[in-house]
Ligand binder design. Sequence first.
Ligand SMILES: C[S@@+](CC[C@H](N)C(=O)[O-])C[C@H]1O[C@@H](n2cnc3c(N)ncnc32)[C@H](O)[C@@H]1O
Length: 262
Amino acid sequence: MPDPSAVFGREASSRPSRASLRTAVVWDVLKDALDRRVEATGKDSLDVLDTGGGSGNFAVPVARLGHRVTVVDPSPNALFALERRAAEAGVADLVTGVQGDIRGLFDVVGREEYDTVLCHGVLEYVDDPAEGVRNAAAALRPAGSLSLLAAGVGGAVLARALAGHFTEARHALDDPAGRWGAGDPVPRRFTAEQLTELADGAGLQVGSVHGVRVFADLVPGVLVDTEPGAAEALLKLEAAAAELSSFHAIATQLHVLGEKRA
Ligand SMILES: C[S@@+](CC[C@H](N)C(=O)[O-])C[C@H]1O[C@@H](n2cnc3c(N)ncnc32)[C@H](O)[C@@H]1O
């Protein structure tokens, strides 16, 4: 089994990469969830569905752990990049890209056929997030786990304010969709409560909520890149803050892990 830190571009002996600073919290929770499903099912290799998996940021590392991953995404370009990336990682046989979207998920995949479903960075873009989560949950086998990752409102408010865009920060604070204005490229953001309600409403027992990228997007890169040991220390700080509900309110992203009720 490959070293998961290396999977995300961090060699054991070197400084964590920028990408791993942003994904480490989610990866650690996801890796634990996969390990638990392996133990519970007795299968070495799980069936994993990555809805809106794009070019395989998570799908390819999950396949590198030996699991079979189906990526459903509407973008042909993303699926092309996924295919290339899976081939480069030597897991082309474990990764299947399918063009489709979460709304019509069951036009392209079966119900209750997956041990774990990922829905990362997708709910922001769909018209009906509740329907999206219900479909993701319906793809799970009983007791399967759903990994839900979406943009947090508070993180956007804080980021706009720290950049000096106070009116936009206030707009994001008041806007029901958490958008900072007409130029905001993200159509919708969530609070931790909204995400857990969506998971609960889709028949999932919420196991954990984590705040993701509480500090990583805010600190100047030069501090992280030049200070010896800074990146490692930031990684540890992110991991500690991720667990605390007080920091969920200002995280750039929120991660919810749920288990399908039997
Ligand atoms: C921000 S990217 C996230 C990619 C990947 N999940 C990750 O975490 O790196 C959003 C992805 O959602 C896909 N997407 C957009 N609308 C979607 C929909 N209705 N159903 C499924 N995927 C969708 C996009 O094509 C894109 O690949």
